[in-house]
Ligand binder design. Structure first.
Ligand code: FES
Length: 277
């Protein structure tokens, strides 16, 4: 059971501003029913001020609470003021959200951003510099590179698990976890998004695994009189055989498996699993 603040529970039980504005000036959308939750945000403007805001959501209690508090936060604000609201602000205003539910605050921010982009004639990016390439990283939840990048930047996310909590990316089949890790690494190395590695094809991955074993792992093991032989690669499953001094010693084999796995995960793909045969 999640630990919810009183404010989250209050907004969940008594959501404010639920519904639709028939003649809304701006409508923002985020999420999708296929992905488990969605939000539609309606804004009525008075000049450049948000005179009214309503929402319709399909999602969990945290999604209802995040959407509800968001409408309260933006009513009366100018569009420029609203533009500065982040998912972190939404979560803080609610008195915090469980880590696993932070993606609900992100959905609120994305719906607001979507509505405001329409106001700025699709030039919202120029006002808050966000790079334009927006590849889908997680096909299970339709999460893009920009969304992950922004979630990392705003919330100082450092692990794939945190990114999953905030964006849902990586929370189903897990195929995108390697790419999420690359985005995190690229961000913290201070690099540009253009430098995020493209996912390897199956052939490229096999070649890279073979190369890392041959050029980095094997020489390390040879220093202690052991060695490693690559037996088979099937997707992310890598079968290896220990040779030389490493044979027969269970502890050494377990240590070696972790050693090989950590290097392959670091250099090739975070999802790699090593098996000894
Ligand atoms: S592609 Fe991201 S969880 Fe399946």
């Amino acid at each position: 059971m999640w630990d919810y603040s009183e404010k989250v529970l209050d907004h969940y039980r008594n959501p404010r501003n639920v519904g639709k504005i028939d003649n809304a000036d701006l409508i923002g959308e985020a999420g999708s029913l296929a992905c488990g939750d969605s939000l539609k945000l309606y804004l009525k403007l008075d000049g450049n001020k948000i005179a009214d805001a309503k929402f319709q959501t399909f999602g969990c209690g945290s999604a209802v609470a995040s959407s509800s508090i968001l409408t309260e936060m933006i009513i009366g604000k100018t569009l420029d003021e609203a533009k500065k609201i982040t998912n972190k602000d939404i979560a803080e205003e609610l008195g915090g959200l469980p880590q696993e539910k932070m993606h609900c605050s992100v959905m609120g921010h994305e719906a607001l951003e979507d509505a405001l982009k329409k106001y700025y004639g699709g030039k919202y990016e120029e006002n808050t510099p966000v790079e334009t390439s927006d590849k889908i990283v997680c096909t299970c939840f339709n999460v893009t590179e920009n969304q992950i990048w922004e979630a990392i930047k705003i919330n100082n996310l450092k692990t794939v698990e945190e990114v999953t909590n905030y964006t849902k990316a990586g929370g189903a089949c897990g195929r995108c976890k390697g790419l999420i890790k690359d985005i995190i690494d690229t961000y913290y190395k201070g690099l540009n998004k253009a430098e995020i590695k493209e996912p390897l094809t199956a052939t490229q991955k096999i070649l890279k695994i073979s190369k890392v074993i041959e050029q980095q792992i094997s020489p390390e093991l040879q220093k202690d009189g052991g060695d490693i032989e690559l037996i088979d690669i099937d997707g992310n499953k890598v079968k290896v055989k220990l040779t030389g001094m490493c044979q027969g010693c269970k502890n050494a084999q377990m240590t070696l498996k972790s050693f090989v796995e950590s290097i392959l995960r670091d250099k090739v793909d975070t999802n790699i699993e090593v098996e000894q045969v």
